[in-house]
Structures are given as structure tokens and as C-alpha cells.
Design a protein around this ligand. Sequence first.
Ligand code: FES
Ligand SMILES: [Fe+2]
Length: 403
Amino acid sequence: MDATLEATIRDQLAFNRDRTAPPPDAVPVPPIPAARYRDPHLFDLEREHVWRRTWLFAAHESELREPGDYVTFGRSGAPLVVVRGQDGEIRAFYNSCRHRGAPVVRDACGTARRLTCQYHSWSYDLEGQLRAVPDARSFVDLEPAALGLVPVRCERWEGWVFVNEDPDAEGLVNFLGPLCEQMREVNGPSLRKLGTQTHHVAANWKAMVDAFLEVYHIRTVHPDNAALLYDDATVSVAMLANGHSRLTVGIKPEMLGIMDPSPAADNPSVGSLWRETSTSFGWFPNIVAPLDTGAFPLLCMWPLDHRTTELELQWFAPDWGDGDPPDEHTMRMTLFETVMAQDTANMAAIQRSVESRGARPFQIGWHERLIHHFHRAVDLAIGTEVPAELAVSDALDRFVERP
Ligand code: FES
Ligand SMILES: [Fe+2]
């Protein structure tokens, strides 16, 4: 991490640890309308303007090591396939045959030499070109060169593969902005997918994202794990451009080193700040990445409908080579299930609250301002169509860190 930034974060950690009143530059955080979590129209707008037009994390390179390795991805709302070509490039296409629309791969992941539709066996190469049409004699003036799979934007940054259905979207690196530099030391290409845990949550996806953008709750929700480890006053938060964020919480001095992985399972590129804190990055719109020197999850919030969310924990760890992953990684995954059970326990009740007549705007604190920042970014992605009664204020825009 950049030395100046690290010094700033350390200063903020110490400042917040010791302060007895709001910081001098703090302002009241404008309320967040409760209807944002229940309104089906807002959900439709999000589907159109967020999920179909934003860079979405789709896979890690380690899932697509060889030519022909593919994963399917449906989170933007359309069926996509992400595949490594013979040339080593990773591309995305609509998983939709140009004959009559059937999928060209059916499994969630796999390896293929050709992408062959199971309806009438039209077959595409790994670069999406149509290569074989059974009974081609029955098609007049068939133009295979014009009947390739329809491409979707797909870009990689440090091993993380993203897709975006918007052909006019800005490039991925621009979109991620300062995350690229600030996360570089996790050395994404050296990581490997460890596994996935899935939870279904009976609440709007934004309520689940909110839960991972503050540490205010850890004393009450996680008294037996996170609260033992972290000092929730020793924090530093940053609102980054495009709705991204960074949240650092200090490990209690007496607990330093207790969660460190063994040398064999350690990520040697991670520096001291991350070893003395938990630093998580919010990747707008739906991912919170609590980076760590051993195994860590990407917390991915995928909406299923306006009141149901799939919380998917995709775990990564430094590549362990041949054989099974180290036990300490899988044990950490198991331990984390306890934390997730605690984090998800309130969600259904919160959803019932926001859907009740008693629902009032949420009054969040300055230390929770990343939540407001995230909601504001949703509104900015949607644009002028956000109904006025649902919109969040622009009052915190001036606190967004610009490079
Ligand atoms: S729909 Fe794919 S070959 Fe017919
Ligand atoms: Fe939590």
C-alpha cells in the first residue's frame, strides 16, 4: 500500500480510537427512506440500470485456467458464459445459440473444446465463431461468419474477471478506480478459488450490503467472535468514487497475530497494515471483500427479488499447489459460518419492518456513512428516474475521495 495512504489510515485509526465526540468535519447523515428496501419499482430500476450496466464480478482466473474452461453467469439478468479461448483470452458471450436461442453450455462450469448447442448441435469455437451446422444443406445463403455468439464486455483486473452487459460502459480499471492500487498487495493472480458458501436471506439485497459496511454492530451481533478480535472504535472509512469504499478496523493489541495463518498458508505480499487490522473493500454494487493474508471471502449479495437475496461467499486463498487446501483454510470457512449466521439473523425481521406501516426513514450515524454512500451510488447509477420520495441526499458527495 502507498506509504502516504497507509500513514493516513493509521492516523485515522488512532484519531477515532481516542475521540469522544463526532469528528470536527462530520455532518448529520441524511436519513435513508425505508421504502428503498421494499419498492418493486425501485427494484426494477436497479435491474435495468445497475445490474445490466455495471461491472459485475463473475469469476476468478483460477476457475478458468485452461483454454475451454468456462463458467456460466446469470446475475446480470441474462444467461452468459465466460470462457477462456485458445489464445488464452477470457471472453464472455450470451449463452444463447444463434439458431433458436438454446444454451450452448448447460453446466455451471466445465471444460469444452467447442461450445455445442444441445438442441440441434450448432457448434461454436472458444472465440465464439460458428464452426459447424448440421444439415447445412437445408439453409439457403447461411453466413456462419455473421452468426457467432453475441459478445458481452468482459475485462480482467489482477485475476478478477468482470462482465458488463453495457457495451458503452467505461473500462473496468477506470470503474474500479482507486481499488486497483489499494488492493494490489493481495496479489490477485496468486490466489485460487477455495470454495463457495451460500445463504438465502429474506431481505432486500441493499439491507445485506449495509450489514457489511459498518462495524457498529459487532459488539452486539458478534460478541463471541469479531468483537473479541476487533476494537470497533479504531476505524477508518473512505468513500471512494463510483460507490466503492474501504473500511479498516483495528485488531485489539492483545489479539494481534492470533488469526495469522501458518507461514505455508500465508500471502507474503500482504503488508503490515492488513495484518494489524481487518481491511475490507466495497466493490460497488454488491461485493464486500474483507481481504486477509490467508483465506478470505468475497461477500457477494445477489438479489433474487426485491425481498430475497442470495448471499454468496466466494472464498480465495494463496494457491496451495497440488493436493487438498490446507486445513486452516477450510477451518476458517467453517468458523465464518457462525459469523454469517449472526449477520443474517436480523435480516428477515428488518424486511418485515420496512414493509410495515411503522416504517420510517433510517437514521444512520457518521461512522456508518459508507451505507449512505452505497445508496447514493445506486441512485446515481439509476439517474433521474429514482422517485423523489425514495432518493437519498447528495449531501455527502463532497466527502467522496477523489484521486
Ligand atoms: S437452437 Fe442451437 S442448434 Fe438449434
Ligand atoms: Fe457482521
